[in-house]
Design a protein around this ligand. Structure first.
Ligand code: NAD
Length: 253
């Protein structure tokens, strides 16, 4: 059911939150646009400017690795300046009140942790871009180290332990999904009684399967997104409005 207007949507969402025992939010890039981080698919989103570099290309081509790191460094002022928005803060309030056990996110921007979620309660399906890892042995690196090596050597650095390429700690297209995070997300989706899909176009699979999984296990499903999604028909409530405005009233509860 689509909420007729914003205030009706907020009221219905409030009733569902009050009635719920365990709420699991599932967030996408739309929750972070008000923090200054562009999403992928909106006009002006990252994809309208850059074709994504798939994992096999990153592994095979030094040029692709250099380009990937140049893009990441260009985004650093944006990521470094971003602060949690109203959506992040509303979810953090519900987390502190004990209603939310953990958040599942497709985002890579670390803003749920910055809003007050303990790191172990942020299930990152697509990793985290605020640090780097070796794709061979998994050794973690600071971005400052990568940047310094990039400038010194004129290109993307390799791991000092095993000499495999170092990449942002994110999951690229064509890269295997993180097994532990997928397992935890499945359990969360199956055990909650209210699932909130927030700011996702719900087209990136397998992540986009979690709302349906929650619904099939008896949870109520709410979709908050300013554009229609393919899964709106399945939802108990669709709020097709700005996320900050929709979740703002729940900050501090
Ligand atoms: P997406 O770009 O496909 O979809 C974002 C959706 O949010 C769009 O449908 C858009 O209309 C909606 N939206 C944007 N701003 C909104 C607002 N203020 N209020 C309401 N709706 C709003 O993003 P996705 O579904 O998360 O999938 C893309 C992939 O992009 C993710 O897997 C993620 O890894 C990656 N990504 C992450 C970030 C981030 O970490 N902030 C940013 C860009 C892309």
């Amino acid at each position: 059911m689509i909420a007729s207007d914003l205030s009706t949507g907020v009221e219905q969402l409030g009733e569902m939150i009050a009635a719920a025992r365990s709420i699991v939010p599932f967030t996408g890039a739309g929750i972070s646009t008000e923090c200054g981080i562009p999403d992928f698919r909106s006009p002006g989103g990252l994809w309208t400017r850059n074709r994504p570099i798939p994992f096999d290309e990153f592994v095979a081509s030094r040029e692709a690795r250099d380009e990937s790191w140049r893009r990441r460094f260009a985004m650093e002022p944006t990521f470094a300046a971003a602060k949690p928005g109203r959506g992040h803060r509303a979810l953090a309030s519900l987390y502190r009140s004990g209603k939310i056990p953990a958040v599942i996110t497709q985002n890579i921007d670390n803003l749920h942790q910055a809003s007050g979620f303990a790191a172990e309660h942020v299930v990152e399906l697509h990793g985290n871009t605020t640090y780097a890892r070796c794709i061979g042995c998994g050794q973690a690196y600071d971005l400052a180290w990568v940047k310094q090596r990039f400038e010194q050597d004129g290109g993307a650095p390799d791991c000092t332990m095993c000499e495999e390429p170092v990449k942002t700690a994110t999951i690229s297209f064509g890269q295997a999904m993180p097994e532990v995070a997928m397992q935890r997300a499945s359990e969360l989706a199956q055990r909650c009684d209210l699932f909130l899909a927030i700011g996702s176009s719900l087209v990136v699979w397998p992540a986009a399967g979690f709302p349906m999984m929650a619904r099939n296990n008896g949870a109520r499903l709410v979709i908050i997104n300013n554009e229609p999604t393919d899964q709106d028909d399945m939802a108990d409530l669709v709020i097709r409005h700005d996320i900050g405005e929709t979740l703002g009233p729940f900050v501090g509860n």
